[in-house]
Design a protein around this ligand. Structure first.
Ligand code: ACO
Length: 325
């Protein structure tokens, strides 16, 4: 009998501190840097973001999202035999966030590792977990996206620090005889590494290179709109579907202009695009599971709906997945 993976439950968590554009602009103004609510909204669609406080890491956020996803699935942590965390802002160099989350949940035994594909990380991690389940290596997986991008933002660089926020989302995937994840596709182009990177490294106790996020915004924009449409069509083709079959699109919440541009090129109405970027900003690998959970709990996405996920991030990395929720 064929073996597939299905989403059994979703969860998410946002740190309580909300920073609106005006408050962020006031913070930047103290260093003589100008920005405005109007500029940020017009170019990105972002109105506010959540920032974790200094004592909170991506493991804290990921743990809360994971607990909510387990509750939604009606499962205990001991039912999980694989945890994958997608993150570019892990708590430690090692062990992985996934190991630390497993420790918090008290569910030793299963496989644990992180996936680092920046903003495409959740689509990568979901695809890896699906392959583990299809192959029989795992029965039930927790796939977490958790980020504290505020820790790698240079608040003297207005071209990047206005874009990102902190948060976490998670899904529980379980083995099933009916297909849930219908198709996925992952890609990368390492020759584009320099257009979006945080190049610093820790060596012999010293940080060398910049520990802050750097981005050529226009180059990323150009790449993003090309690869996202292409990879979305690729997974739809693989699944034998067309854009007309998509009930909901849950894009990586990078920027409203990229999200709606891609939807328009695919012929998917803006009303069918789950949009949380205004409230959350860009939470990198956390943005898709966060948006998915908001749409599931809000009653937009229902069982049986066809949901298209797509993302692009540093690397460059990009990918898409089509699932029947
Ligand atoms: N506030 C006010 N002015 C600003 C700000 C700011 N926060 N940031 C830049 N500006 C200024 C620039 O200095 C420039 O001024 P100038 O004309 O005097 O030189 C002007 O605004 C226009 O700058 P551009 O870089 O041309 O602005 P653009 O329209 O390209 O918008 C943006 C910038 C939003 C970053 C855009 O390039 C973009 O969406 N890029 C995609 C990248 C992205 O979304 N990255 C997210 C992370 S990657 C990912 O998740 C895939």
């Amino acid at each position: 009998m064929s073996r597939y993976s299905r989403i059994l439950g979703t969860g998410s968590y946002l740190p309580p501190t909300v920073v609106g554009n005006d408050a962020l602009a006031a913070r930047l103004a103290r260093d003589g840097i100008e920005t405005s609510d109007a500029w940020i909204i017009e170019r990105t669609g972002i109105h506010q973001r959540h920032f974790a406080d200094a004592g909170t890491g991506s493991v804290d956020l990921g743990e809360q999202a994971a607990r909510r996803a387990l509750d939604a699935a009606g499962l205990a942590a001991s039912d999980i035999d694989l945890i994958i965390c997608a993150t570019s802002t892990p708590d430690m160099i090692f062990p992985s966030n996934a190991a630390l989350i497993q420790g918090r949940l008290g569910a030793a035994g299963g496989a644990v590792f992180d996936v680092q594909a920046v903003c495409a990380g959740f689509v990568y991690a979901l695809t890896v977990a699906d392959q583990f389940i299809r192959s029989g290596l795992a029965q039930r997986a927790l796939v977490v996206g958790a980020e504290v991008f505020s820790t790698i933002l240079d608040f003297k660089d207005r071209t990047t620090c206005v874009l990102f926020g902190d948060g976490a989302g998670a899904v529980v995937l379980g083995a099933d005889t009916r297909p849930g994840l219908l198709a996925s596709a992952l890609h990368g182009d390492g020759s584009q590494a320099a257009i979006l990177c945080t190049p610093g490294r820790v060596r012999s106790g010293v940080v060398s290179g910049s520990p802050y996020l750097h981005m050529d915004g226009q180059a990323v924009f150009k790449q993003a709109v090309q690869v996202l449409e292409r990879v979305a069509r690729e997974v739809l083709d693989k699944a034998g579907c067309t854009p007309a079959d998509v009930d909901w699109m849950v894009p990586h919440q990078a920027n409203i202009r990229i999200m709606l541009h891609t939807a328009r090129k695919l012929g998917i109405a803006a009303e069918r695009v789950v949009q949380t970027v205004a409230e959350h900003g860009n939470t990198s690998a956390a943005s898709i599971p966060l948006a998915l959970d908001v749409a599931v709990r809000g009653g937009q996405i229902r069982r049986g709906d066809h949901v298209l996920l797509e993302a692009v991030g540093g690397g460059l990395t990009w990918g898409a997945a089509l699932l029947e929720y």
